[in-house]
Design a protein around this ligand. Structure first.
Ligand code: PMP
Length: 356
C-alpha cells in the first residue's frame, strides 16, 4: 500500500513531522528553555489550583490571562491573543492573514518552523539571506511583495537584535502584516510592543516557554492592533489554551516576576561568561541578546556528535551565511555550562585537534 492516501492534501506531501531524531542525553542545551527550572508560584498553582479545573472546559479565549499578559507587556487586553505556545500563534496568524498562494517572506537564518507553517497553510515561503551584520535584507524581502513578513528579534539562532529603524521601515513599507517573533525578548530588554500598539500591521509574538520556564505548558501570545489579534483569535479557535496552563501562567505573572527577573539577569550574566570562555579558547561567538550563544566552530555537526558521545547536546547549524558552521548553546546554571565546556574541549580536540 502506498503511504500516500488518495484523499490526502497534496501540499502536505512535502511537510515533514518535526523529528530532530535526537536521542536523549544527560545534559541537553539545544532548546533554549529555562534550565533553572519552574517559578515557585506556578508550581504551587499546579498543586493547589490547576487540579480543580480539569473537569470543565477552560475559558474560551483566556480572558483573565490576556489581562495579566497585557499588564506585563504594557498593552491593553483587547490587543492580546493567546495560543498553545508561540508556535500556535505563528501558525494561526499565517492562516488568518495569508490568502492561499500568497508569500511569506522571512530573513534567514531564523526559526526553522516558519517555512513549515507557511507550507501547511498553503502559502509560498521566500527565504532571504540576512546581511553580513546579521540584519534582515529588507530591500530583497520587500521586493518579494510579502503578505506576511517574518522577522525575529533576538533572532534564533544568531542572537542578533533587530534594529529599530529596520523594523520601523518594515512596518511602513510592507504591503501586508509584519510578524516580529520575540520569543527571547526578555533577555534583551528590547521589544516592539509599543510600536504594535500604534500601527495596524504589526503582530508581536511572545512566549512563556523561555524566560518564564513554562515550555511544557505551551503558552504563547500575540500583541497587535485589536482587529489584527481578533483575526488571529478566530483562526486559533476557542478553548485552545488548557485550564492547567492558564492557571499556572496566571500564577507566574501575578507572583513570580521577581523570580523571572532574577533568572533573566542570571541567564544574561552566564551567557556573557560563556562567551568569554569561548573567546579565551580562540573562538569568536556572535553577539547574543538571548539565552544562548551561537559560536562559529568548524565541522560543527561532527563536534555536535562528539559532544553527544559525552552526554551533552548543543545544536549545530552547518553553513550559516557569512559565518559558516556554528554551534548554538543554551545557557543555564554555571555548573551545567562548565560540564559543557569540559565536553566541548574534549570534542574539539577529537574533531580538529582543539583548534577553533
Ligand atoms: N519562536 C522562536 C524564535 C523559537 O525559538 C521558538 C522555540 N524554539 C518558538 C518561536 C516557539 O516556542 P513556543 O511554541 O514554545 O512558544
Amino acid at each position: 500500500m502506498s503511504d500516500r492516501l488518495a484523499y490526502a492534501r497534496a501540499l502536505y506531501d512535502g511537510v515533514p513531522l518535526y523529528d530532530p531524531k535526537r536521542a536523549p542525553v544527560d545534559l541537553d542545551l539545544t532548546d533554549n528553555t529555562n534550565l533553572w527550572g519552574l517559578p515557585p508560584a506556578a508550581e504551587r498553582a499546579l498543586r493547589d489550583l490547576a487540579v480543580s479545573r480539569v473537569t470543565r472546559y477552560p475559558s474560551l479565549y483566556a480572558a483573565e490571562l490576556k489581562q495579566e499578559l497585557a499588564h506585563f507587556v504594557g498593552a491593553t487586553p483587547e490587543c492580546v491573543v493567546t495560543g498553545c505556545g508561540s508556535d500556535d500563534i505563528l501558525d494561526s496568524a499565517m492562516r488568518a492573514f495569508g490568502e492561499p498562494g500568497s508569500v511569506v517572506a522571512g530573513s534567514e537564518p531564523s526559526f526553522a518552523m516558519i517555512p513549515i507553517f507557511a507550507q501547511m497553510n498553503g502559502l509560498r515561503y521566500v527565504g532571504v539571506t540576512e546581511r553580513p551584520d546579521h540584519q534582515p535584507d529588507l530591500d530583497v524581502l520587500l521586493a518579494a511583495n510579502p503578505r506576511i513578513l517574518y522577522l525575529c528579534s533576538p533572532n534564533n539562532p544568531t542572537g542578533a537584535l533587530l534594529k529599530r529603524e529596520t523594523l520601523e521601515r518594515a512596518v511602513r513599507e510592507a504591503p501586508g502584516v509584519v510578524f516580529v517573533d520575540e520569543a527571547y525578548a526578555e533577555f534583551s530588554g528590547v521589544s516592539a510592543v509599543d510600536l504594535a500598539m500604534r500601527v495596524d500591521n504589526l503582530l508581536v509574538i511572545r512566549t512563556m516557554s523561555k524566560a518564564f520556564g513554562l515550555a511544557g505548558l505551551r503558552v504563547g501570545y500575540g500583541i497587535g492592533a485589536t482587529p489584527l489579534v481578533r483575526d488571529v483569535e478566530k483562526s486559533r479557535g476557542p478553548y485552545k489554551l488548557n485550564a492547567v496552563a492558564e492557571q499556572m501562567a496566571l500564577a507566574a505573572l501575578r507572583s513570580d516576576m521577581p523570580w523571572v527577573h532574577d533568572h533573566v539577569a542570571l541567564a544574561v550574566k552566564t551567557r556573557e561568561r560563556l562567551a568569554d570562555e569561548l573567546r579565551a579558547r580562540g573562538y569568536a561567538p556572535l553577539d547574543s541578546h538571548a539565552n544562548y550563544v551561537c559560536v562559529p566552530v568548524a565541522r560543527a555537526v561532527d563536534v555536535g556528535q562528539a559532544l553527544r558521545a559525552r552526554g551533552v547536546a548543543a545544536r549545530p547549524f552547518p553553513g550559516l551565511p557569512h559565518v559558516g558552521d556554528t554551534l548554538r548553546i543554551s545557557v543555564g546554571p554555571w555548573e551545567l555550562v562548565e560540564r559543557f565546556l569540559t565536553a566541548f574541549d574534549e570534542a574539539t580536540r577529537d574533531v580538529h585537534g582543539g583548534a577553533p
